[in-house]
Design a protein around this ligand. Structure first.
Ligand SMILES: [Zn+2]
Length: 295
C-alpha cells in the first residue's frame, strides 16, 4: 500500500514538473518571437495598432528605432499595455501624444510615464475634471516633464526620415472633448498614415477648411468607428486605401456603427479592426505597406 502511495506521489510530481517545464519553454518562445518583431522593422516605419479592447493606442517605431506612442488605452488596461511595450523591448518613448483627455486614451499614461523614460509629451490644451486626468498632470509634474500643447500646424521632431505633422485641433476649444483630439499625419517616403484620435464632424470640417494635405494610405478611423466621425467629405479628402478601427468587442457604444462601415466599404477601403483582428501591424518601407494581424 505504502509503495503504491509513494509511486502515485512520484507520478504527481513528474506531472507537475512537466507542466512547469512546459510553461517556461513557452516563455522562451515568447521572447524570441518578440525579438523577431524588432529586427524585422529596422530601416522601416512600423505602426502597431495595439489591441487594448475598447480604447486606442498606436505604437510607432521609426526607421532608426525612435519610438512614438499615440494614446495609452483605458485605465483597466495597464497590464495589457505593459505587456505590449515589453514585447517590443523598448525602454524609452521619445514622443508621447495623448490625443485628448478621455480615459480610453490617457488611461495608462501615468503608469507609462512612471515606468519608461519619456521624451516629449503632446496634449491638447483642454483638460478634464476626472481623477485619471488629475493624476496624469501630477505624474508629469513629479517627473519634471513639460507638455507641449497639441494644435494644428505643429511639426514634430522625431526621425529625420519621417515627417510628423499635427493637423488638428484647429481651434483651442470645442463643445465636445472628442473634437479637441490631436490628429497626426505621419509620412515616410510615399507612405502616409493619419491618426485621428476621437475627432468628430466639427473637427473634420475644420481640418478640411485648413486646406492641409490630409491624404493618407492608412486612416486610423476616428472615434472607434462612431457615426459622428468619418464623414464622406473627410474620407474623400484622406482617400485611404486601408482603415484601422480601434474598437473592443461587444462595447456598450455600438462601435463601429454600420453607417461608418458602409461609408468605408462603398469607397472600397480595406478595414482592419482590433476586435476582429487583435493587434494590427503595418510596416512601411517608404514605397509599400505590409499589414499583419494577430488573428
Ligand atoms: Zn475614445
Amino acid at each position: 500500500m505504502k509503495i503504491k502511495y509513494i509511486s502515485k506521489l512520484f507520478m504527481t510530481l513528474v506531472i507537475i514538473l512537466g507542466i512547469v517545464g512546459c510553461s517556461s519553454l513557452l516563455d522562451v518562445k515568447d521572447t524570441s518571437s518578440t525579438q523577431g518583431k524588432k529586427i524585422d522593422t529596422a530601416g522601416k516605419l512600423a505602426v502597431h495598432f495595439l489591441d487594448v479592447g475598447q480604447g486606442s493606442s498606436e505604437f510607432l517605431i521609426s526607421p532608426t528605432g525612435k519610438v512614438m506612442l499615440i494614446d495609452t488605452g483605458d485605465i483597466d488596461k495597464e497590464a495589457i499595455m505593459m505587456k505590449h511595450l515589453k514585447d517590443y523591448q523598448i525602454n524609452r518613448i521619445d514622443i508621447l501624444v495623448l490625443t485628448h483627455a478621455h480615459a480610453d486614451h490617457i488611461g495608462t499614461a501615468s503608469a507609462i510615464i512612471n515606468n519608461f523614460d519619456v521624451g516629449k509629451i503632446y496634449m491638447p490644451k483642454v483638460g478634464n475634471t476626472t481623477k485619471t486626468y488629475e493624476t496624469l498632470l501630477k505624474t508629469i509634474q513629479n517627473k519634471k516633464l513639460k507638455v507641449t500643447t497639441a494644435k494644428a500646424g505643429i511639426k514634430l521632431d522625431w526621425d529625420e526620415q519621417v515627417q510628423v505633422e499635427m493637423v488638428a485641433p484647429v481651434k483651442a476649444n470645442y463643445e465636445d472633448l472628442n473634437d479637441t483630439s490631436a490628429v497626426l499625419k505621419v509620412t515616410y517616403g510615399e507612405n502616409s498614415f493619419l491618426f485621428t484620435g476621437d475627432a468628430e464632424r466639427e473637427s473634420e470640417k475644420d481640418m478640411l477648411n485648413l486646406k492641409a494635405d490630409l491624404s493618407a494610405n492608412v486612416l486610423a478611423v476616428g472615434h472607434h468607428g462612431s457615426n459622428t466621425s468619418s464623414t464622406n467629405a473627410f474620407l474623400d479628402k484622406v482617400k485611404p486605401t486601408y482603415a484601422v478601427i480601434q474598437v473592443g468587442a461587444d462595447n456598450k457604444y455600438g462601435h463601429p456603427t454600420d453607417a461608418t462601415l458602409n461609408r468605408l466599404s462603398k469607397k472600397n477601403i480595406k478595414v482592419f479592426r482590433n476586435d476582429l483582428n487583435g493587434t494590427v501591424s503595418a510596416v512601411a518601407d517608404g514605397k509599400r505597406i505590409e499589414f499583419s494581424t494577430e488573428r
